[in-house]
Design a protein around this ligand. Structure first.
Ligand code: ADP
Ligand code: MG
Length: 682
C-alpha cells in the first residue's frame, strides 16, 4: 500500500484538475490518502422499513409507490414546495421537498421507488422531509457519505474511491500481522478498507470499523509510550533513604492505604537511578493529596535537596504553607512562603535564603518562577492543580534545578483509559479512597419554582454561622460580555430581594487576579457569607465552614464539573448540601442530574461523563497536542482499552521496535507523530 501514497490522485480517471485541487483542500493528495478519507456517515438502503413501523425522528428507508401525483406551490415565505403521497402495504406517508422544482419530472405516479430520509410522525401522520430516492430495483446497498467541500459532490468522491480501492495491490503489507489479528479478532487491512468505503453489509462495516479504530488507537498508544521513554533522563537527584514513615509520625491522623501507595510510588521513582520522576497524583477532591506531596518533600529534603510547591493562587499557597508549617513545627525544616503580595524586603530575604540553601521548602505562586528566584539545590518541583499551569511554566520552574523530579497533583478525576492518553508523558498514581469519617454531601435537584425555599434554607444555615456558594446562571455561548452582566444582575437580585442583611461577594471571570484574591480571602475569613460566582470558583479552595453549594442551570454543566463544584463543600465537620437548580424539560438531562444524588465517586462520574459528552471536557483545560484522530474517538472506552491491552502485549517484547514483522506498524507511529512536531520519534 506504501506505493499508493506516491500515486497522485490526478492519475485517477475522470477526476479533472479542478476537482483534484478540491480534494487537496481536504488534505488528499495521494491515492493512499484518499483511501484513508473515510466516510462521515452512511445511507443505509439495505434495511427497508414498513411505513407503519416508522418512529418519529428516525432516518429510514422505505419502498413505496406514489399514490398521488406531485403537487407543488409556494410557502408564505416564497419557498418552492412539492408534496406527494406514497404508500406500501402497511400504510401511507407524505413526502415533502423544498426548493426542488425538478421533483415533478423525477417522480411518477404509480411507480415504486426507494426513499431514504428523516421521518416525523405526529399521531397517524407520517412525513419524510426531503428524502433522497432511488429506483425500486436498486441494489441493497449501504452508501458512503463523505465530508464534502463546495464543488465536490459525493458521487465524484465515490467514483474516485471505487478506482482507488481497485488499485489496492494483491499483497497488502498489513501493519497488524496475522497472528496479532487472530489473537484480537481483527479483520485484515484489505477487508477493512474495502468495507469502510463500500460495506457489503452492516456486520462487515462494523468489523471494518473496529479494526481501523483499534489500529489508530494502538498507534497513538504506542507512540505516546515511546515518547515517555525518550523523555526519561537519568536521575540527577538520587534519593538514598526513605523518610516517609518518619513523616507520617508527624501527622495527627493515619494515612489511607491509597495515600501510602501514592507515596511509595513517588519514593521508588526518586530512588531509581535510571529515571527522573515525572508523576501525576490524581485524587478526588478531599482525598488528601497535599500530604502525599508533603511526604515526598520531606524525604527529598532529608536527603539534602530543596523542594518547591507551586500553587495556582495566593490563597492556596497560603493554605498549604500554613498546614505544612503546622505539620513540620517540631522539625528543623525551614519553610517559606513566596507570593506576589509578600513584602519586597521579605521576598529578597527569601530569595537569598533559597540561593544559599538556607530554606528547604518554599511554597508559592508564579512569583517562584521569576528570573530572580534561584535555588542552591532544587531537587523536587510540585505543582498543584496542574491544569492551571502551562507546560512552559512547569518547564521554567524545572529549569531552576539540575533536572529536578516533578510531581503534579490533579483533582480532576479522569477515566483511567483516558488518563493514559492525556498524560502520556507522566506516570500516574491514583488516590481512590477518601479519609475515613467524611460527611457525605446531600444532593438535591430542584426546579426553579422552589428556589425561594432553597434561599430560605441558605439563610437558616448562615444564621447558624455557615457560609454558601451560589453558582450563577450560565450565559449561552456567543453572548459575549453578558457573562459579567448576568452575574452582576443575578447577585444584585439576591442582595436586593433575599439577602438584604447578609454580606454577599461576587466573583467572575472579568475580574483582575488581585480583585479575585481579595474576594476569595474575604470569603475564607468569613467576612462574606455568600459567594456568588460564575464558574471561576477557584480550584482547590478549602473553606471548611462553607456548607452549601447551589448551582443554577445545572443541566448545562458536565457531571464532572458539577462534582468538582460540589467538592468545594463538605470539607468541615458540619453537614453539607449541594442544590442543583434546573428547569430542563428533557427527561434525559433531569435524570442525568439525579445521578449526582446517588454517585459520589469522581471516577465513576467521569466515566459517565465521558460516555455522555465525549472527551472534550477533559481536554478543555489542557493543550494536549495530540495528533488528530481520523476514525477513532477517545470516548470509545471499549476500543481504547483493547488498544491498550494490545500495546502492553507488544511492548512486553523489548525488541518490538526492531521486529521485522512490525516494521509497517512502527512506520505508522513515526508518521502519526511527525505531524505534531515530535521529531524525537524519528
Ligand atoms: P485534596 O486532595 O483535595 O488536595 P487535601 O490534601 O486538601 O485534599 O486534604 C483535605 C483534608 O483532609 C485536609 O484537611 C487534610 O488535612 C485532611 N486529610 C488528609 N489525609 C487525611 C487522612 N489520611 N485522614 C484524615 N484526614 C486527612
Ligand atoms: Mg488540594
Amino acid at each position: 500500500m506504501a506505493s499508493l501514497y506516491n500515486t497522485k490522485i490526478e492519475e485517477l480517471k475522470g477526476l479533472g484538475k479542478k476537482r483534484a485541487e478540491l480534494l487537496h483542500k481536504l488534505g488528499v493528495y495521494s491515492v493512499g490518502q484518499l483511501l484513508n478519507y473515510y466516510p462521515r456517515t452512511y445511507e443505509d438502503w439495505s434495511q427497508v422499513t414498513d411505513i407503519c413501523d416508522i418512529k418519529n425522528g428516525e432516518t429510514v428507508c422505505i419502498m413505496a409507490r406514489l399514490s398521488s401525483g406531485v403537487k407543488s406551490g409556494y410557502t408564505k415565505t416564497g419557498n418552492f414546495i412539492a408534496k406527494a403521497v406514497v404508500s406500501d402495504d402497511s400504510g401511507s406517508c407524505e413526502l415533502v421537498f423544498f426548493n426542488n422544482p425538478y421533483i415533478r419530472t423525477m417522480l411518477r405516479q404509480d411507480v415504486k421507488y426507494r426513499f431514504l430520509g428523516r421521518a416525523t410522525r405526529t399521531f397517524n401522520e407520517v412525513k419524510l422531509i426531503s428524502p433522497t430516492f432511488a429506483d425500486e430495483k436498486d441494489k441493497n446497498v449501504i452508501k458512503p457519505i463523505y465530508n464534502l467541500t463546495a464543488g465536490l459532490p459525493n458521487n465524484v468522491i465515490v467514483r474516485a474511491m471505487k478506482q482507488a480501492v481497485e488499485m489496492l495491490p494483491e499483497e497488502i503489507n498489513d501493519p497488524l500481522p496475522r497472528e496479532l489479528r487472530e489473537k484480537y479478532k481483527l479483520c485484515d487491512l484489505r477487508f477493512a478498507i474495502e468495507n469502510i468505503h463500500f460495506p457489503s453489509g452492516s456486520q462487515a462495516l462494523a468489523k471494518a470499523k473496529r479494526r481501523l479504530v483499534i489500529e489508530e488507537l494502538l498507534v497513538l498508544n504506542l507512540g505516546l509510550r515511546r515518547l515517555k521513554s525518550i523523555k526519561r533522563s537519568e536521575n540527577k537527584n538520587l534519593v538514598k533513604t526513605d523518610y516517609s514513615n518518619e513523616f507520617e509520625s508527624l501527622l495527627s491522623f493515619k494515612l489511607t492505604n491509597a495515600q501510602k501507595k501514592a507515596i511509595s510510588d513517588c519514593v521508588s521513582d526518586v530512588m531509581n537511578p535510571d529515571i527522573t520522576m515525572n508523576r501525576l497524583v490524581q485524587g478526588d477532591v478531599g482525598s488528601g493529596k497535599t500530604v502525599v506531596a508533603g511526604s515526598l518533600c520531606y524525604t527529598i529534603i532529608k536527603n539534602g535537596g530543596q523542594a518547591a510547591i507551586m500553587a495556582p493562587t495566593e490563597i492556596l499557597a497560603e493554605q498549604h504553607y500554613n498546614s505544612f508549617k503546622e505539620i513540620l513545627s517540631n522539625t528543623n525544616l525551614r519553610t517559606a512562603l513566596l507570593t506576589g503580595s509578600v513584602k519586597k524586603s521579605e521576598k529578597e530575604r527569601i530569595r537569598e535564603g533559597l540561593e544559599a540553601g538556607e530554606i528547604d521548602l518554599v511554597i508559592g505562586t508564579h512569583a517562584l518562577i521569576t528570573d530572580k528566584t534561584l535555588f542552591k539545590n532544587l531537587a523536587l518541583v510540585v505543582t498543584d492543580e496542574q491544569h492551571r499551569f502551562g507546560v512552559s511554566q512547569r518547564a521554567k520552574l524545572l529549569s531552576k534545578g539540575n533536572n529536578p523530579h516533578l510531581l503534579v497533583m490533579s483533582a480532576t478525576p479522569i477515566p483511567r483509559t483516558l488518563g493514559l492518553i492525556i498524560f502520556g508523558d507522566l506516570d500516574i498514581s491514583i488516590i481512590d479512597e477518601l479519609p475515613p469519617g467524611r460527611q457525605t454531601i446531600e444532593t438535591f435537584v430542584i426546579r426553579s419554582s422552589k428556589r425561594a425555599r432553597a434561599l430560605g434554607f441558605i439563610r437558616e444555615e448562615i444564621k447558624k454561622g455557615r457560609q454558601a456558594y451560589i453558582v450563577c446562571p450560565l450565559v449561552e455561548e456567543g453572548e459575549g460580555d453578558s457573562e459579567l452582566a448576568s452575574a452582576q444582575e443575578y447577585a444584585a437580585e439576591l442582595m436586593l430581594n433575599y439577602f438584604t442583611d447578609i454580606p454577599v461577594g461576587i466573583l467572575h471571570g472579568k475580574m483582575k487576579p488581585a480583585e479575585k484574591e481579595r474576594v476569595m480571602s474575604d470569603f475564607s475569613q468569613n467576612k462574606l457569607k455568600i459567594l456568588v460566582a460564575t464558574t471561576v470558583i477557584e480550584v482547590g479552595i478549602d473553606v471548611p465552614n462553607a456548607t452549601i453549594m447551589m448551582i443554577e442551570n445545572a443541566e448545562r454543566f458536565g457531571l464532572s464539573q458539577l462534582h468538582q463544584l460540589r467538592g468545594r463543600v463538605g470539607r468541615g465537620s458540619e453537614k453539607s448540601w449541594c442544590i442543583l437548580v434546573s428547569d430542563s424539560t428533557t427527561e434525559n438531562s433531569y435524570e442525568r442530574l439525579k445521578t449526582m444524588k446517588t454517585t459520589t465517586d469522581g471516577f465513576k462520574i467521569a466515566d459517565a461523563d465521558l460516555k455522555l459528552r465525549g472527551p472534550g471536557d477533559f481536554f478543555g483545560s489542557r493543550q494536549h497536542g495530540l495528533p488528530e484522530l481520523n476514525i477513532s474517538s477517545l470516548a470509545d472506552t471499549r476500543n481504547l482499552e483493547t488498544s491498550q491491552r494490545i500495546a502492553d502485549y507488544l511492548l512486553s517484547d523489548p525488541n518490538f521496535m526492531y521486529d521485522e514483522r512490525y516494521r509497517a506498524l512502527n512506520a505508522e507511529i513515526t508518521r502519526l507523530f511527525r505531524e505534531t512536531g515530535e521529531e524525537t520519534l524519528n
